[in-house]
Design a protein around this ligand. Sequence first.
Ligand code: 7RM
Length: 648
Amino acid sequence: MDTNIESHLKETRVFQPSPAFAKKARIGSLTKYRRLYRESIAHPEKFWAREAKELTWQKPWNKVLEWKAPFAKWFVGGRLNVAENCLDRHLHGSRRNKAAIIWEGEPGEKRVLTYQQLHRDVCRFANVLKRNKIGKGDRVIIYLPTIPEAAIAMLACARIGAVHSVVFGGFSADSIRDRIADCGATAAITADGSYRRGAIVPLKHNVDEALKGKTSIKRVIVFRRAGNDIHIEEGRDVWWHRELEYVDANCPAVALDSEHPLYILYTSGSTGKPKGILHTTGGYLVGTHTTYKYVFDLRDEDIYWCTADVGWVTGHSYVVYGPLAAGATTFMYEGAPNWPEPDRFWRIIEEYAVSILYTAPTAIRTFIRWGDEWVKKHDLSSLRLLGSVGEPINPEAWMWYHKVIGGGRCPIVDTWWQTETGAIMITPLPGATPTKPGSATLPFFGIDAAVVDEKGREVGPNVGGKLIVRRPWPSMLRSIYGDRSRYKKQYWSEFKGSYFTSDGARRDKDGYFWIVGRIDDVLNVAGHRLGTSEIESALVSHPKVAEAAAVGRPDEIKGQGVVVFVTLKSGVTPTPNLKNELRSHVGTQIGAIAKPDEVRFAEALPKTRSGKIMRRLLKEIASGQTVTGDTTTLEDFNVLAKLGSAEE
Ligand code: 7RM
């Protein structure tokens, strides 16, 4: 039997980089990209060493890579400090007084921190950490809203060599407790509360709950954000602003080994407990800095806005570390996109003249659902580049992003990567790569990505298989915290010497990568293996559909039947007729084999906080089971409750 994933959806539109964009870009043609890519694969260490030299090293490395598969060390023997590279490095020239962070709170407050101010704030807060007996190697939980203090706390940890683990604001007390227990954190940094759709999320209260019973946490530092009443545990809790009264701004950056841990970030495993993905110092910084520079083709005058929460890896690599290492102005917004009205994002872009917008398909589909009139009210002509991350972007959502947000003028970089990869891996370069809606296009420099069959053999054009990376790269995870054997088993055991991503993909005749979904989610219908993304994209291309999730459920005859959960655009009424219409629509778009056995309308789909559809839960619902397994990363439990009785 053929075990490869089949592909049926053909997308033929191609968008060339505009000559004006290409002329100014670092990589201004596909030929130049291909030449550099070839060189970077022939001599990866040379490529990465050249990039690493753009950063400040307190001691140079003596070896670029030490690879004892599957354990890598990058820039061996080198010493550096991430905070020094993100801050001190920019204080000598004209960037000193450039905005590092521009922030807007949900209720509307505005703050600007220049590189000089941010440096001072980070140094002072690093001294607060020291005063509270937090030092090199200690694990610190950060549970904060998307406010400048989140970046300040992360950078302050980095400055003294403490290891941060950011937990999404909004995760429950249970998830905080699990993460503390797993990494043995001794301190937590939080806020009294944060704003979400006008309400206050009681962050400090959640931390209090998480610390009940036995805990390794000895100190909690509380930032006053929302002014809500909180409990202060004498001897354990201190106020951020009070602590600042005791410190000065003199805090030299500690010279850390290139492999010193920088952070642990938890991602949900499909079963079992969340995995603490471990990133270290030198390689991570080189990876995020290099990708940031080339993928967003940064200009000094850009205002760059990545809408990710700091609790997601995208918030680490492309709100904080990548942009600040590159001396960019990074914009942060605390709240919801529909507060007070569904045009908050467009209002922000107009007011601050944002030039680069990096957001997720889930957000784009939501905006489409809310209607174009919210966008049309605003002048978005400051935008010059758009980015997408987090899920495959459905071609119709790509087209909408291109036309309605980008005014047909902005390149779109659809960037594929993972918490584990630390930095962008497959992506267009905006001045070089012709784009195709729905494809993340080509691998970044130094990244040897391939699509293979069960035996690890590379498959031919348009044959689906497993996405792997055949050699180490600087920003790769170093381990799962405290579990080297799980690291080895999870990522490096399926294909010898290669990293297995858990994603399915195909490459087209031009070598472009198309991610077809997670391998665990692949459907098996009468011997045909179908990725989720094509069925979902076919549904999203129907004018009445906003969002769709395809899952399999046991079927006596076919092995699996296809069940799709669909949310409709505002104002569309769900009817039995529409269900039939959608079934035939998938039939014509993809073929009879992918035709859903059942269409279920839903008000909303269950998602993670970073907006990924949780198909695992839908699969259980579709087959009539109760939902089991890890739901700690679910964004909104109400969605799940409503889906149980999903029929209209
Ligand atoms: C950055 C991030 C990783 C998983 C990954 C994919 C999916 C992310 C894209 C994408 C298609 C993309 N880290 N994914 N980006 N799929 N096209 N551009 O999302 O650890 O939270 O998730 O997300 O399945 O394996 S993550």
